[in-house]
Design a protein around this ligand. Structure first.
Ligand code: FAD
Length: 500
């Protein structure tokens, strides 16, 4: 009997399509629910729930066609497979899983699916650059050309590659919400009930621990739900995606974001169908080009780039620590204790993570990640925290996003500068500073904003690195003009690792 092994992030129909390099048509499917995965790391409970629910929904769809194993480890699950015939598996999405699969003696590894560009094509693109720096913008243009995505002949559709100028608006003044149509939300079923009962039992009897709250499931767990979420986004919400994609509103965490990351990363949706749907909306006149380009950029630019870099940089990338940051994560952050935090932006973002396992890219980058960077927290710990606490977190997506983009631990291999700011940026791009106990413009005194003081303290600590980079040299120039730097630094030291 032939077997094909589906990992828990290979759940869409495209992972079983025989195609040129897929599993054989008559293969039986094996899926393994490994308990050790949950024992090794303290995941957000909503994430554990989502992953198990999605795997079990897929198993229910496949019915008799699947052999669903609940085992301690993958190895144990595979050892129980009847027969000695070789089996196939699509290339997994992490270095650890790839090494595990390579070490098996009866496996044929098929190329990865669920991404837009084959890895060999990316390697060819890197070679073509002949040692020049790899930049996301160049990669994104190349990807659009390769896939003929949002193109008019040789030119970008709409006349330009980049619509960032129209897509960086601060939130509309005086509005608590963007007023976008509500996103798709799934309805739980008997499978979710069973998953909840199992997680309760694991916690009670097996000592498996979670973090965060497991409220009603908010993200799709089946292909049917994921397609409904995609359609609702494209039909009702994509048109407004662009202008406010970097803005943050306390009472409207989702705004016009798609909430599709977990479905893409579970493999329930294929990125090509997602960007093609978006392009169709533009061609049919249902969404403006700036919103469609902004969205396509997220997937064909960022998501794809991050995936390719994960493999390009190799497993050692996770140990990068160019800024020498070694502080441990404080307990309040690790425990998602938003109620302990005074700074309204940080408390809001942390509460969103605690309650849903999701927040959009600006709270991730400019609130949570920026705070970690300013405080000098160990990038490995920060990466692990993001991985465990986000419903869409996987090793491949975390490493470049956190080690590179958010913590600049790779010294600039991925981005041209560290992403961090004082309170002024958060004030401009959000309504989070209103009603906060701190004031973004204050550097000293009882209302000094922890992001503003944290920013100057960061620039002070890393002045040599920042002065040598043309994109950040101005920050050092600004630092040298501060007349109250000593007081700022004293205030910063006084905070210790207490919640700000
Ligand atoms: P939208 O804003 O609607 O964007 C559309 C899609 O683009 C997303 O669904 C996602 O698939 C893709 N995308 C956009 N940016 C990225 C990116 N930088 N990397 C990968 N995909 C991207 N995304 C994850 O999928 N998993 C993560 O674990 C993750 N961790 C992040 C950590 C940090 C510090 C930062 C700065 C970003 C991270 N991102 C991650 C990227 C981004 O924040 C999320 O993809 C996005 O917020 C998910 O919400 P959405 O589906 O509504 O996205």
């Amino acid at each position: 009997m032939r077997w094909h092994w589906l990992f828990g992030d290979q759940l869409g129909p495209h992972f079983l399509d025989p195609g040129d390099d897929g599993p054989s048509r008559d293969a039986r499917v094996v899926m393994i629910e490994s308990r050790a995965v949950f024992r090794r790391r303290r995941f957000h409970r909503a994430k554990a729930h989502l992953v198990l629910s999605a795997m079990r929904h897929r198993a229910a769809e496949l019915g008799d066609h699947v052999h669903y194993v609940r085992a301690e480890t993958y190895g144990e699950g595979l050892r129980g497979l009847p027969g000695r015939d070789p089996f196939t598996v699509h290339h997994p999405t992490s270095h650890a899983a790839a090494a595990f699969v390579r070490g098996l003696d009866r496996v044929r590894v098929l190329p990865a699916r669920g991404f837009l560009i084959p890895r060999e094509s990316f390697r060819a693109w890197v070679d073509l650059r002949g040692g020049r720096e790899l930049r996301q913008e160049d990669f994104y243009h190349w990807t659009r050309r390769e896939l003929n995505l949002l193109m008019d002949g040789d030119a970008p559709a709409g006349g330009r590659w980049n619509h960032d100028h129209a897509n960086r608006e601060p939130p509309p003044r005086g509005c608590a919400t963007l007023g976008a149509p509500r996103p798709y939300r799934p309805r739980e079923d008997a499978i979710d009930e069973e998953v909840r009962a199992d997680l309760d039992r694991w916690q009670r009897e097996d000592g498996i621990e979670f973090v965060g709250r497991d409220g009603p499931r908010l993200f799709p767990a089946s292909r049917r739900e994921a397609l409904a979420a995609l359609r609702r986004f494209v039909d009702k919400r994509l048109a407004d995606f662009g202008p406010y994609e970097d803005a943050v509103l306390a009472a409207d965490p989702v705004m016009s974001h798609s909430l599709l990351s977990s479905s893409l990363n579970l493999g329930l949706l294929d990125p090509l169908e997602v960007v093609e749907e978006a392009e169709r909306a533009w061609r049919d006149g249902r969404a403006p080009v700036n919103s469609v380009e902004g969205f396509v950029r997220q997937i064909a630019g960022w998501r794809e780039y991050v995936w390719q870099l994960y493999w390009h940089f190799g497993d050692g990338y996770r140990d990068s620590n160019a800024l020498g940051h070694r502080e441990p994560l404080p307990r309040w952050f690790a425990e998602l204790d938003a109620d302990a935090v005074t700074a309204r932006c940080l408390a809001t973002a942390l509460a969103q993570v605690r309650d849903t396992g999701w927040t959009h890219h600006i709270p991730r980058l400019m609130v949570l990640g920026s705070h970690a960077l300013q405080r000098g927290w160990d990038p490995r710990e920060v990466t692990d925290w993001f991985h465990r606490c986000f419903v869409d977190g996987y090793d491949w997506v975390m490493l470049p996003n956190v080690v590179g983009m958010s913590q600049y631990a790779d010294g600039g291999r991925m981005t041209t500068k560290p992403y961090t700011s004082g309170g002024a940026y958060i004030h401009r791009m959000s309504d989070l500073c209103g009603g906060c106990a701190y004031r973004p413009g204050d550097r000293t005194g009882p209302r000094a904003c922890p992001y503003t003081t944290g920013y100057w303290s960061f620039v002070h600590r890393h002045r040599d690195v920042l002065a040598a980079n043309p994109r950040t040299a101005r920050a050092v120039y600004g630092l040298d003009r501060l007349t109250d730097l000593r007081e700022v630094l004293r205030g910063e030291r006084g905070r210790g690792d207490l919640p700000p």
